[in-house]
Design a protein around this ligand. Sequence first.
Ligand code: HEM
Ligand code: FES
Length: 344
Amino acid sequence: MSSSYKGILWNRQKKIYDALLWSLIALYLILFVILNHRFDSKITPETLFIRASGTLALLMLHVILSIGPLARIDKRFLILLYNRRHLGVSMFLIASTHGIFNIAQFHSLGNVNPLVSLFSSNTHYNSFINFPFQTLGFFALLILLLMAATSHDFWLSTLSPRIWKSLHMMVYVAYALVIMHVALGVLQLERDPTLLFVLLFGLAWVSGLHLYAGWLEGRRDQARTASLDGYVEVSAIDDIENDRAKIVFANGERIAVFKYDGKISAVSNVCKHQNGPLGEGKIVDGCITCPWHGFQYKPEDGCAPPPFREKVSTFKLKIADGRVYVNPKPNAEGQYEEPVKISQ
Ligand code: HEM
Ligand code: FES
């Protein structure tokens, strides 16, 4: 939560997550090798390695891209968001083994520099079907490297959340490059179209999930229309759980209204760390705690507790006839707003 460098702290939950992740990776690789050997006993170990690592990286990329929309659709998937960066870095490590092995296997035995060979062994750059598909994998890997290298919070605060987020949105460019890399690779090298169908299914899954999550969020936003003297209705006071929030969309932004210790306070829903949804978090030790990575803010002024310096906007609230209303005009970030007491 500060801009100084801190080493990665592996707490118990992260250790369990990593142990589980690498066990699943090992299980996939073992099953892939056994099954492929069974169906094609002439397959060479090199081809097996290239295929196992390539398909595993592709599968992990799909999982990574599915977590965000799944967590928006159903809060139970939020647990997967925590440590998504470990999954990303692990995926990069697998993808780079695949890429480096391919370059060593196909481009390092001649007298041309392997990287030059990667770009010059197939020069059908003006053909669609025969396009040098390996170069697409190379550029995807370059983006994944950039993302893995800047995944630590140090880079988030050094680059600023806006630039960091834009950089990490490039995962979609990497995804498009990988899809084309695999599709063209299959069309050029394989007779069996199974992988192509699996790829199309994956693409439809990821796009469908994103579209559905966006549609659902738009519908939730539109559902709130009632207002009182310019204040927008949030919900009945009893509908907000203790130490939890209701999120309302007003004036183009999401506001989180928290109920705690017999009072209510409202802050911007957007966490300063990585735009996590504060309203999906809870009050821990008197502070709003972001569900993604645990950044904290005091509900009455939106300031992170010392020594941290992050601040979010607060909002004015009122209660009428057992219902909560919020003024959609934000106060300045970190401005104290007297919590509204709930009369019994
Ligand atoms: C320097 C970067 C890369 C190079 C040189 C490269 C090269 C190759 C080559 C030569 C093949 C065909 C192998 C064969 O079927 O004989 C291949 C297939 C494949 N690659 Fe890559 N690749 C790179 C990056 C990536 C990345 C970043 C991903 C995914 C995240 C990826 C996923 C795949 C997949 C899924 C296949 C199909 C495997 C199969 O045939 O079953 N590749 N790649
Ligand atoms: S987004 Fe990381 S803690 Fe909020």
